[in-house]
Design a protein around this ligand. Structure first.
Ligand code: CO8
Length: 258
């Protein structure tokens, strides 16, 4: 892959979008490579958590590549949006926790990418926003849906319709990011959280993500059925016996994902 790099360290895959000269802008190739990177990591049993970040000092991702967007017609525009939405939805439903380490600008498609991740940790230098309306378009990689679900319709419409960029501390205040840390501690903070999640039962983590991400789009009664079914399923796993055993025997868990 040309624009996306994968590094695996201690059960954690760090996926870096690496086109720093254009602030990691998402052209079609980069979107495809992000999808490919997640597929590689999905099939790697040694990986139990993922950190997604941007290469260089300035940006997580400064949006879709405006040079490509400028050439869209109605057909290619819809197709491009759908292709990106498929990749981003695969991230949202990824069976291992995905933490966005937002190291700088997360704008437009970059903010939408962060929104598709399960957790967002931001550097104190990060700025986030959906500036699409300043270009005469709307978010097309899920931003209208995921931001409204995360923040509520009022705040989402404020950000989408002004196109304003907000600093990391405000993003934390409104719940757009989980926490903010000094820039030089960003990767350490993301790795610390990823390591903690990677040490838990992987099948339980997978079920938790499914229950929250799929369940929150269902009526609550159906979501509760999903939760109970996944809960029951976990009772059939060695990981459950291991987890309960460690508590009763006061020892460290060794989960196998079986
Ligand atoms: N696309 C292409 N190139 C970009 C992008 C981008 N989104 N962002 C930055 N770049 C390039 C710049 O053109 C510049 O290149 P060059 O050095 O060749 O001139 C280089 O990156 C560095 O950028 P700047 O010189 O502008 O850096 P500054 O520090 O002055 O400014 C900003 C940083 C504020 C982030 C500024 O670059 C900016 O405003 N970028 C555009 C942000 C934006 O509008 N993003 C939203 C794009 S639209 C979108 O994401 C739609 C998603 C949905 C698509 C649905 C499918 C069709």
């Amino acid at each position: 892959m040309e624009n996306v790099k994968i590094e695996v360290r201690d059960a954690i895959a760090i996926i870096t979008i690496d086109r720093p000269k254009v602030l990691n802008a998402l052209n079609a190739q980069t979107v495809a490579e992000i999808g490919e990177a997640f597929e590689q990591v999905r099939n790697d049993d040694a990986v139990r958590a993922v950190i997604l970040t941007g290469g260089g000092e300035k940006a997580f991702v400064a949006g879709a590549d405006i040079n490509e967007l400028a050439t869209m017609n109605p057909i290619t525009g819809k197709e491009t949006a759908e292709r990106g939405q498929r990749v981003f939805t695969a991230i949202e439903r990824f069976p291992k926790p995905v933490i966005a380490a937002v190291n700088g600008f997360a704008l437009g498609g970059g903010c939408e990418l962060a929104l598709a991740c399960h957790i967002r940790i931001a550097s104190d230098k990060a700025q986030l926003g959906l500036p699409e309306v300043t270009l005469g378009i709307i978010p097309g990689y899920g931003g209208t849906q995921r931001m409204a679900r995360l923040l509520g319709k009022g705040k989402a419409l404020e950000l989408i319709c002004t196109g304003d960029r907000i600093p990391a501390d405000e993003a934390e205040r409104i719940g757009l990011v989980n926490k903010v840390v000094p820039a030089d501690q960003l990767m350490a903070a993301a790795e610390e959280m990823a390591r903690k999640m990677a040490s838990r039962g992987p099948l339980a983590i997978r079920a938790a993500i499914e229950a929250v991400m799929i369940g929150s789009d269902m009526p609550q009664d159906a979501g509760l059925v999903l939760e109970a079914t996944l809960f029951g399923l976990l009772a059939s796993t060695s990981d459950m016996k291991e987890g309960m055993g460690t508590f009763l025997e006061k020892r460290q868990a060794k989960f196998t994902g079986k």
